[in-house]
Design a protein around this ligand. Structure first.
Ligand SMILES: C[S@@+](CC[C@H](N)C(=O)[O-])C[C@H]1O[C@@H](n2cnc3c(N)ncnc32)[C@H](O)[C@@H]1O
Length: 257
């Protein structure tokens, strides 16, 4: 299958940048003065510089991970329809790898909807894996879903997991310390005609300037722009991809052939 590569629209940049900057500053002050007065805020750099997450292992500890399951369910309402619309297109019922499954909420949904032979969830946080394992037991899917504690950047580990028909990940890419190695490892783990589907935020637009330290806003500032993803894929000599931005989200699909 041949995919069309979309390139970033660069357009009439100077005027556009000035207009966006003015709007962004107005929004920033509106948010910090009126809406989020009193909440934890930070000074947001002007030029959309990437700001990595302040903590590497984002969620650990029993209480935090349980709370995250509630949050993951709530967040699902905002993106899962869009995520599954894409998944419907790439679907296969072979072997899947999910990177950064967190509490396993989405892993269970994918297993129930597409009934793949197996899903491996590769997750950095051991506490997340505990919650995910318990959740998967409750859903009686332990024969189809297994979790492994480890990092996508660990080439030997990813290699040891075998080949996959679909590798997918939501809202995890912006946490990886070395996304190039991560994506290279995943690309190598794809079977022929296998599909890599990465879904995340993107670091563009007015949302960057909402100067709240935590949550979605922190994730947006830690995520990548379309241009950065295109550069990264090109450095890996990956050409057969499609990339899309929609509201807060950016996703890309790579087919190995
Ligand atoms: C924001 S959570 C997203 C969880 C879930 N996919 C969702 O959509 O709600 C990011 C997850 O990626 C995991 N993660 C971060 N870096 C990772 C890495 N290098 N390898 C594997 N998992 C990682 C984190 O521990 C966390 O569970």
């Amino acid at each position: 299958m041949q995919l069309v590569t979309t390139s970033a629209k660069r357009g009439n940049s100077t005027l556009k940048t000035i207009a966006i900057s003015i709007k962004a500053h107005l929004l920033k002050y509106y948010c910090s003065i009126f809406v989020y007065k009193g909440k934890e805020t930070l000074k947001v750099p002007f030029m959309l510089k990437r700001i990595p997450h302040s903590d590497l292992v984002i969620i650990e500890g029993e209480k935090k991970t349980k709370d995250y399951l509630k949050m993951q369910k709530a967040m699902g309402k905002f993106y899962l329809n869009d995520f599954f619309a894409k998944f419907d297109i790439i679907n296969s019922n072979g072997r899947f790898l999910e990177v950064g499954p967190g509490t396993g909420y989405q892993t269970v949904l994918v297993s129930e909807k597409y009934k793949p032979k197996e899903i491996i969830g590769l997750e950095y946080s051991s506490d997340m894996v505990k919650v995910a394992t318990k959740y998967t037991e409750q859903k009686k899917l332990t024969d189809r879903i297994k979790y492994i504690v480890g990092s996508v950047e660990n080439s030997d580990l990813v290699l040891s997991l075998g080949k996959f028909d679909i590798i997918y990940s939501t809202f995890s890419l912006h946490h990886w310390t070395d996304p190039k190695t991560g994506i290279k490892n995943l690309y190598n783990a794809l079977d022929d005609n296998g599909v890599l589907f990465i879904y995340d935020f993107h670091r563009e637009g007015l949302f960057y300037y909402i100067n709240i330290k935590r949550g979605v806003w922190e994730s947006i500032r830690a995520s990548y722009t379309e241009e950065e993803i295109i550069k990264l894929l090109s450095e890996l000599s990956i050409q057969n991809y499609i990339i899309r931005k929609k509201s807060l989200y950016l996703d890309f699909i790579v087919i190995k052939n």
